[in-house]
Design a protein around this ligand. Structure first.
Ligand SMILES: [Zn+2]
Ligand SMILES: [Zn+2]
Length: 355
């Protein structure tokens, strides 16, 4: 394949100053492939990375953010036999060092050498260069082959889907017939509601404030939606769940109120998975966790190869991503894409950038 020597890339020149510029096309090192990026989704964590950076990020003026992406392998290092040039791939952003005790146990999203490239750790778009570029290099451990019936745009949401699946893995899954409450109809929440149904939930209750997003939730399989501005969520959940409470609450708002309220709507012996990004401390009734025998978990990203597990669910149409993809922009318009995403302009849920 013809690979140019320079490429367009969105580079963080200063905090809050993301600009499209030209950079040399990187060359794959041992274990790596060069990926021509096709589609990259803006993640809820991206605006904060642009505004404030991330621990051990590459130097300002060189740092390319972006971590939820798909593309085509255009070159491979001599030792790479797992993939071929021309393969369509989804990239998972975490590549553990492969030598710490967590990585050795498969827990690479909590690598103990996080942010140490000299130890082999990578986190694309966070502490390694990412995908807001025409080309990027990725370690073979992070590349997942995409079947032809998953588009690049839908595949860019596989990282989010993998995070949802890892959350369910961490909290013990969903048992058939259970009542699951999902709080917050963002991308994580909407995918969590869909996956709960796929895993056999008897009833999925989705809560939120925006009617348009709750409608998408119903389209994707939520049985009941509750607008928290209109009803008392605790009372409604108790009514629906026989006065006992939900078997499982998946908290996806990242807000202190719903995070604390999860303990008010879960049943004795229930489970709560915290999947939000919490920017402030949250006060929880820890004694209730003890006295009610509750199980609490948080997933750190798309851990334990869960991105790969989402692929067949998406490929056969059970996991639907198209209703979540509301906008598409070219790389030159990346700042408009960010404004659309953060301002939820035109009902934006997932915004795709095409290098
Ligand atoms: Zn993300
Ligand atoms: Zn490690």
């Amino acid at each position: 394949m013809d690979i140019p020597t320079t490429m367009k890339a969105a580079v963080l020149f200063n905090y809050g100053d993301l600009r499209v510029t030209h950079k040399p096309v990187p060359a794959p090192s041992v274990g790596e492939a060069l990926v021509k990026v096709d589609s990259i989704a803006i993640c809820g964590s991206d605006p904060a990375i642009v505004a404030k950076g991330w621990q051990n990020h590459p130097p300002l003026g060189e740092f390319i953010p972006g971590h939820e992406f798909t593309g085509t392998v255009v070159a491979i290092a001599a030792d790479v036999t797992e993939l071929n040039v021309g393969d369509r791939v989804a990239v998972e952003p975490h590549k553990g060092c492969g030598r710490c005790v967590n990585c050795l146990r498969g827990l690479y999203t909590t690598c103990l050498n996080y942010g140490k490239p000299e130890k082999g750790h990578r986190h694309y778009g966070f502490c390694s260069n990412g995908g807001y570029a025409e080309y990027t290099v990725c370690h073979v451990n992070t590349l997942h082959k995409l079947p032809d019936n998953i588009s690049f745009e839908e595949g860019a949401l596989l990282t989010t889907a993998g995070t949802v699946l890892y959350g369910y893995e961490r909290i013990g899954g969903v048992r058939p017939g259970e009542t699951v409450v999902v709080t917050g109809p963002g991308a994580i929440g909407l995918i969590s509601a869909q996956v709960a149904k796929i895993l056999g939930a008897g009833r999925v209750i989705l809560t939120g404030t925006r009617e348009d997003r709750l409608a998408v939730g119903r389209q994707l399989g939520a049985d009941v939606t509750l607008n928290i501005n209109e009803v008392n969520v605790r009372e409604e959940v108790m009514k629906l769940a026989d006065g006992i409470g939900a078997d499982l609450v998946v908290e996806c708002t990242g807000q202190p109120g719903p995070a604390a309220e999860a303990l008010e709507i879960v049943r004795k012996n229930g489970r709560i998975c915290y999947n939000g990004i919490y920017h402030e401390p949250v006060t929880l009734q820890l004694n209730k966790i003890v006295q009610w025998n509750l199980l609490i978990a948080g997933p750190k990203a798309e851990g334990m190869w869960n991105l790969e597990r989402a692929i067949p669910l998406m490929a056969d149409g059970r996991l639907k991503m198209k209703p979540l993809i509301t906008h598409t922009f070219c790389l030159d318009d990346i700042n408009e894409a960010f404004d659309t995403f953060t301002g939820r302009v035109g009902g934006a849920i997932k915004v795709i950038v095409k290098p």
